[in-house]
Ligand binder design. Structure first.
Ligand code: SAM
Length: 403
């Protein structure tokens, strides 16, 4: 680690384990320090702010400023970072803590602190605006719209023992861009279900593929993964789907994307086709990475009988196995697959497919690769699930060894 490395905080999104796995895969970082269940600290020689645009699961990146900050020393320490700013000073405070501990701050405490900092600034003859909290954590929208990254400061506060640690936000996730791609795109297919763009980007990052890699989504639907691949900067992107409507939707969405983000230079090649005939359409060993959320079965409403769920999961097992037989032929040795395997909610737990699928894939020559170190996560896959959904997504990574 270079001597000049400094700690930066990565504030993780709603699925902290997925967010961490994405950071590890995308940056190749191996050492980190948990500060809170949704904040990790990582040493970096360069300011990692620009990374926030390349990650789907990191909400804020902040530079660590101070340790052992007591309530009494807070105003002076904050002020020492604020007074070098030119013109009117604008700042806000965000307190991150999962449970109340010794060094807890309520919204009221934050307000008192904010006012004390403001007063101290005024005493030095400065004009100061404090962005008051309604919740302990300022939303990205509040931070963005008040210019707290470019012109002002958002202080992030985390408790440590009896005192606090302090950091300053240096980059925010481009949340408006994600939302525009999620809700503003011209074609979406509510029936087959849309992957959230942030999750699509995370799947791409899990692959660890370089931007020069050729990427394929053979169940592309309305093109969410393809769009995020183009946004991320991959130049060789292709997608196929058995449904002509899906391919027409993907084309519409990609044309729209390129109209909205003129910097995109990559091309997406789209084709109608069954996953079971991939080898007829693509040269052998021509693809570096397959990143896909496949067909997940008929939409689930929670009313399927155990027999219906069993039948549907048997069909999916067969479809996925034949898909991997095809993948083996078109993927280059050393190639990688990120594949979503559904699991279905039953009255007494989950009906899983991977328990039967993965041993068959191993026999085919695929090697599952854990996305997190075993010390952190005992399963070889990551789970993405919303409590109101009847289907959960297991995210798996497989590689084909080089020999
Ligand atoms: C879950 S959707 C993918 C959604 C996509 N990730 C998105 O966000 O738009 C699955 C897609 O698989 C396609 N599909 C189903 N069976 C297929 C097959 N045998 N070969 C190729 N595509 C198939 C469906 O038409 C559907 O568009």
């Amino acid at each position: 680690m270079p001597l000049s490395s400094k700690p930066y905080w990565f504030v993780l999104g709603r699925e902290p384990l997925l967010s961490l796995a994405e950071i590890l895969a995308a940056t190749k970082v191996t050492t980190f320090n948990w500060l809170q269940p949704n904040i990790v600290s990582i040493l970096s020689a360069q300011e990692p702010g620009p990374l926030v645009k390349q990650l789907g699961g990191t909400v804020k990146i902040a530079k660590e400023l101070a340790h052992n900050v007591t309530l009494a020393s807070f105003p002076d320490i904050c002020l020492s970072f604020l007074t070098p700013l030119p013109g009117k000073i604008v700042f806000g405070l965000s307190f991150y803590q999962s449970e109340s501990g010794k060094a807890h701050l309520t919204t009221k405490d934050l307000e008192t602190l904010g006012k004390a900092i403001k007063r101290a600034g005024k005493n030095q003859g400065r004009s100061v605006r404090y962005i008051q909290n309604r919740t302990p954590i300022l939303s990205s929208a509040t931070v963005f719209h008040n210019g707290l990254v470019d012109r002002g400061v958002e202080f992030l506060i985390v408790p440590k023992g009896n005192s606090f640690m302090l950091a300053r936000t240096v980059a925010l996730q481009p949340f408006e861009d994600f939302s525009k791609r999620d809700y503003g795109r011209p074609a979406s297919d509510a029936r087959s279900g849309m992957l959230p763009p942030k999750l699509a980007l995370m799947l791409l990052n899990f692959s660890g593929a370089p931007l020069s890699a050729s990427i394929l989504d053979p169940f592309c639907g309305s093109g969410t993964i393809l769009m995020e691949a183009l946004m991320r900067g991959f130049s060789t992107v292709s997608g196929s789907d058995v449904s002509p409507k899906a391919i027409a939707d993907s084309q519409k969405n990609i044309d729209w994307l390129k109209g909205q983000w003129k910097t995109i230079s990559g091309q997406a090649k789209l084709e109608v086709g069954d996953v079971q005939s991939l080898v007829d359409r693509l040269p052998a060993h021509s693809i570096d990475a397959i990143v896909t959320e496949p067909f997940l079965g008929p939409p689930q409403t929670g009313h399927a009988s155990p027999a219906e769920l069993e039948n549907s999961s048997n069909d999916l097992l067969a479809l996925y196995f034949t898909s991997f037989q095809q993948f083996k032929k078109i993927l280059r040795p050393g190639g990688v697959i990120i594949f979503v395997v559904p699991r279905f909610k039953k009255t007494n737990g989950w009906l899983t497919i991977s328990e039967r699928l993965v041993p068959k894939l191993v026999q085919l020559g695929f090697v599952p690769q854990a996305l997190l170190p075993p010390s952190l996560h005992s399963e070889p896959f990551l789970l993405y699930h919303r409590p109101d959904q009847h289907v959960a997504r297991e995210i798996w990574k497989f590689v084909i060894p080089n020999n």
